[in-house]
Design a binder for this molecule. Structure first.
Ligand code: NAD
Length: 260
């Protein structure tokens, strides 16, 4: 049980982050939600966590491309809960384009949100974790943190960076009760991937059904999308005491993709 623990899940108003926040709350943790979205929908989600799981849930609208807002988010969580025990760096965006056409501003934004936000959030949460001698950091990287695909230069570079950052933080905290790991999912059917299905269909002049079958699930030997609930369960396990020796590693949850 994670009762009495306090968590931040970045990018938790949608998709994988939303599922991880729900799983942590179901395990008893207080949760700070974060991300963009309709204010009423976010408030329903926040109130739902409190109602369904009897935990405290708060929301931060911090923009993960802005270091000052990330620092303020961690400070707000420490004020609301008295501490941050669990940090899940999940916020991420994608752009699909050939390298010579890849927009400069999208390269910069993807590095900021998908990679640098992890650094700034860890940097802000670490002093408290060290002071209490307990912490769990879970970075949601990707199969694209380990292998590449064409047209995703910024995303693949950023996610490889997350895997490297994860190892360094794990080494620095290895003698404390703090772990830092990366989860590397294959394709999960979330709004992020639904957007890519449309983009790839237009770029390759294919139907969306052809893209799912021949492009997306072509790289995933299981031939099915990874479930959000599977990522929530793994995150809860990594946050438990029985995962205390799992640190600095990348856990693939990809239906065999990176085994090829
Ligand atoms: P999603 O688009 O459904 O959700 C992304 C979340 O991040 C949303 O809550 C959004 O509001 C938030 N967000 C985006 N920009 C933000 C910003 N600047 N500041 C704060 N929040 C911001 O995406 P998802 O598919 O659930 O992806 C979540 C993570 O999982 C990402 O890091 C993604 O790279 C990774 N991932 C996804 C897949 C997949 O197949 N869906 C596979 C591997 C890894």
């Amino acid at each position: 049980s994670l009762k009495g623990k306090a968590a931040i899940v970045t990018g938790s108003t949608s998709g994988i982050g939303q599922g991880i926040a729900e799983a942590l709350a179901a395990a008893g943790a207080d949760v700070m939600l974060n991300g963009f979205g309709d204010a009423d929908a976010v408030e329903r989600q926040r109130a739902g966590l409190e109602r369904d799981h009897g935990v405290k849930a708060v929301f931060s609208a911090a923009d993960m491309s802005k270091p000052d807002q990330i620092k303020a988010m961690v400070a707000d969580a420490e004020a609301a809960f008295g501490k941050v025990d669990i940090l899940v760096n999940n916020a991420g965006i994608q752009t699909v384009a050939a390298v010579e056409e890849f927009p400069d501003d999208r390269w910069e934004l993807i590095q900021a949100i998908n990679l640098s936000s992890n650094f700034y959030a860890i940097k802000a949460a670490m002093p408290g974790m060290k002071a209490r001698n307990w912490g769990r950091i879970v970075n949601i990287a990707s199969a694209h943190g380990l292998v590449a695909s064409p047209y995703k230069v910024a995303y693949v570079a950023a996610k490889h960076g997350v895997v490297g950052l994860t190892k360094v933080v794990a080494l620095e905290t290895a003698q404390m009760n703090i772990t830092c790991n990366a989860i590397c999912p294959g394709f999960v059917k979330t709004p992020l991937v639904e957007g890519q299905i449309g983009e790839q269909a237009r770029a390759n002049d294919m139907t969306e059904e052809q893209v799912v079958r021949d492009v997306i699930l072509a790289s995933q030997p299981s031939k099915r999308f990874v479930g959000i609930d599977e990522l929530g369960a793994l995150t809860v396990f990594l946050c438990g005491d029985q995962a205390s020796s799992i640190t600095g590693t990348s856990l693939s949850v990809d239906g065999g993709w990176t085994a090829r």
